[in-house]
Design a binder for this molecule. Sequence first.
Ligand code: ATP
Ligand code: MG
Length: 447
Amino acid sequence: MGKKIRRQLLGISFFAAAITLLLAVVIFYQVFNGEVFAGMESTANVLRWLPRETLVQYVNDLDEDDESRLTLIDETGQVLADNRMDADALENHNDREEVSEARTDGEGTSIRRSSSIRESAYYYACLLEDGTVLRVCRERENVLSLIYHMFLPLSAIVAVLIAVCIMVSRLAVRSLMEPFDQLTDNLDNEVFLKDFPYPELTPLMETIRVQHADILNNATMRQDFTASVSHELKTPLASISGYSELIANGMVGEGDASKFAEKIHSNAQRLLTLINDIIRLNELDTSEQQEAFEKVDLYQVVQDCVSMLQLNAHKHKVTLEAEGESAFIRANRNMMDEVVYNLCDNAIRYNNEDGNVLVKVQPMKDKVRLMVMDNGIGIPEAHQSRIFERFYRVDKSRSKATGGTGLGLAIVKHILLVHDAEVKVESRVGKGTVITVDFHAYKESNG
Ligand code: ATP
Ligand code: MG
C-alpha cells in the first residue's frame, strides 16, 4: 500500500512539475515578446519626430549589422530606405501585416517570417505625421533555441523538484502508514480505534475489531466449554466408579445392592443425556448447511409434546395443558420438537407439587407466539439473562437432583437463532415463569 501511495504521489508531482515548466516556458515567452516589442517601440518613438529627409539619411547611414532593421515606407508602399536591404530592390510593402495595420490604427505589430531576409522576425510599425510608415524589425531567436538556452537551468530545477518530491512523498507515506503499523498491536484498544485518524475507515476498523473480538471470544468459549464438559462428565463417572468399587470389594450387603445399582444406573443415564446434549450442540454449531425447513403447525408440535410429557408431569404431580389454535411457521420440525420439549421439561421440572404448566400457541398478525407458563419456583432476576448460557444452572444442587445439565436452553437459544425467532423471559421467584417466543408466521411466498 505504501509503495502504491508513493508511486501515485510521485506521479502527481511529476505531472505538476511538467505543467509548471510548460507554463513557465509559455509565460517567459510572452514576457520576452513583450519586452522586444517595447524596445522596438521606444526606438521608433525616438525617431518618429525627425523630418522625412533626415530620417531617410539616418536609416541609410545606419550600420547594416545594427540590432534593428529600420525600413521607411511611403504612402504608396514604396520603400524609401532600409539599412539592410537595397530599398529599390524591395517590392511594395503596403500589404505587410504591420504596415497596413499602422496605416489604419496608427501602429501595428506582427511576428512572422520575413520574405526579404528569410528569417522569423518581430515587426513594429508606426504611422508618421506625413504619411510615411517607420518600421522596426528585429530577428527573432527561434523558440527552440530559446528553450535550448533555458534547458540547463530548467533541468536543474526539475532535478531538484524530483528529489524534493521523492523525499516529501517518503515522509508523507511514512506518516500516512504509521497508524496502520500500530493497528495490528492495538486491535483490542478501543481508545486507539476511537482516535484512529481515518474516519472513512471506521466501519472497516469496527468490523475487524468485532471479528477479532469474536475470534478471541470463541476461543475462550471453546476452552470454557471443554473445561465444563470435563467437569460435568467427571462427577457422574466418579460416582459410578465409587459405587461399583464398593460392590466389587464386597462392601455392599445383599439388601443394598439394588439401591447401589440404581445409583449407578441414574448416573450412567445422566452421562448419556449429557453426551447427547453435547453432541446436539456440536451439531448445531458446526452444521453448515441449513436443515430442511417446512411448513409446520406449531400447535400440532405443542399438542404432541404435551401428550408425550404427560407421564413425566404426572410423576412430578404437575398438570400440563396445551391451549390455542393451528398456527403455521416456516421451521424445521425436529428442532421445533426440541424447543417445545425443553421449555415444557423445564416448566415441569422447576415446579412445585400441584403446580400447573400451560403451553399456548397464539397466531398474531404476522407472528406466531408460543408461551410456556408455569407457576413454579421462578428464576431470580439476576439469573434471567444467563440461563441460556451453556451449563448455566440457577441452583446447581436442585438442577443436579433433577438431572439437569444446563444445556437445554443453550440448545433452544441456538435453534431460535436459526429460525430468527425472539425469546423473552418473565419470571418471579416463588410465583412462576413465562417464556415467550415469537416466530415469523408462515408466508406462502417464502415456502
Ligand atoms: P437440561 O435442560 O440440559 O437437562 P437444565 O434444565 O438445568 O438442564 P436449562 O434447561 O438450560 O438447563 O435451564 C437452565 C437453568 O435455568 C435451569 O437449571 C434452571 O435453574 C433455570 N430454569 C429454566 N427454566 C426454568 C423454569 N421454567 N422455572 C425456573 N427455573 C428455570
Ligand atoms: Mg432444561
